[in-house]
Design a protein around this ligand. Structure first.
Ligand SMILES: Cc1cc2nc3c(=O)[nH]c(=O)nc-3n(C[C@H](O)[C@H](O)[C@H](O)COP(=O)(O)OP(=O)(O)OC[C@H]3O[C@@H](n4cnc5c(N)ncnc54)[C@H](O)[C@@H]3O)c2cc1C
Length: 309
């Protein structure tokens, strides 16, 4: 792992840094590159304008590791309101949720109760709830949560991370459930006995897992999304899909708001399904640090904002 990435990921875990930096105006201004704003209305507005270019959305309220049961109910309530508002606006918008935001630290049953309420609310509106994958201590309970929820609802998805050695086995298990899967590379600081330390290996793992997912997409045995901004990876996935007779409409690309905008437009205009994850909310610090870690050159962008005063 590069030094800059390691430092930024370590920083993302610091509550002290979060308190200090979240108040700085230049940091807040720099976040607008990756999020349209802190309010639900900002997120819905961004979804509306992406929709005009044929790009659909996934909305997420920023937050993680909530350790107060009442607060997790508040989070669930906010998501239900969001689903309602998005439906009223006629938006093609799913939601993406972190298990620890729904109370996984308080116990499996708390998170399961909240997730069940979201799955029911989303099902009533024909929408999907995707369960994010957080750091490795949460991997097993998140997969268990998915298994329990998937037995009750078809409109739930889960994220898998190609940097983890275990993801091949997890994928094989999940495929028995007719799942919805989003494949990503992985955004957390993980030890070398659990995750590939070298980027080239993470990329190779992503391609191997993609191949299996494309077969599932072609055969209609899974809902498949590739969450990546990697131009070469996307070209290779599309090449393989065409070669194996997997239609464009049978899988989806997902990217983060503000990253690779031109590529997003190009894919949508070429008939690929393109969905953009739009984050909003006040609790953006750890999430924002992980975005910087993905591309330490982004720190230059923050510094330029600082110099602008
Ligand atoms: C929809 C979606 C959902 C996700 N959900 C999860 C999740 O649940 N759990 C999890 O661990 N991770 C999640 N991630 C993050 C993911 O794991 C990666 O950290 C992130 O997508 C960067 O990897 P990449 O595949 O884009 O490729 P990389 O190889 O990291 O980057 C490829 C290229 O993309 C561009 N790029 C990538 N990141 C940035 C950035 N931050 N700023 C500017 N340019 C950039 C650059 O041009 C770079 O050269 C999600 C990502 C997406 C898109």
């Amino acid at each position: 792992m590069g030094l800059a990435r390691a430092v930024l990921l370590k920083g993302s875990e610091s509550r002290w840094l979060a308190d200090q930096l979240s108040r700085r105006r230049f940091i807040r201004r720099a976040t607008t590159r990756f999020m349209p704003g802190e309010s639900m209305e900002d997120a819905l507005g961004a979804a509306r304008s992406l929709g005009e270019s044929g790009i659909t959305s996934i909305l997420t309220l920023l937050g993680e590791n909530v350790d107060d049961a009442e607060a997790t109910e508040g989070v669930t309530g906010e998501y239900l309101t969001l689903l309602g508002r998005a439906a009223d606006s006629g938006l093609d918008a799913d939601i993406s949720v972190k298990p620890t935001h729904l109370g996984l630290d308080l116990g499996f049953d708390v998170a399961a109760r909240n997730l069940r309420a979201l799955a029911a609310g989303a099902a009533g509106r024909g929408r999907t709830v995707v369960v994010d994958m957080e750091s490795t201590p949460y991997c097993d309970p998140t997969l268990d949560l998915y298994q329990v929820l998937r037995a009750e609802y078809a409109n739930v998805g889960i994220c898998l991370q190609s940097y983890l050695y275990r993801s091949r086995a997890d994928l094989e298990d999940l495929l028995t459930l007719a799942p919805i899967i989003r494949l990503v590379k992985g955004a957390y600081k993980e030890p070398a006995d659990l995750a590939y330390p070298r980027k080239a290996d993470v990329d190779a793992s992503f391609l191997r897992l993609s191949q299996t997912l494309l077969e599932a997409a072609r055969d209609g045995t899974a809902g498949v999304a590739f969450g990546t901004h990697d131009t070469d990876m996307i070209a290779e996935i599309n090449r393989r899909a065409a070669e194996m007779g997997c239609p464009r409409e049978s899988y989806e690309f997902q990217m983060l708001y503000g990253i690779q905008r031109e590529l997003q437009m190009r894919l949508a205009a070429s008939g690929y399904r393109m969905r953009v994850l739009i984050s909003y909310g006040a609790y953006w610090f750890p999430w924002y640090m992980r975005r910087l870690a993905e591309r330490p050159a982004n720190v230059g962008f923050v510094l330029r904002n600082m110099l602008r005063g």
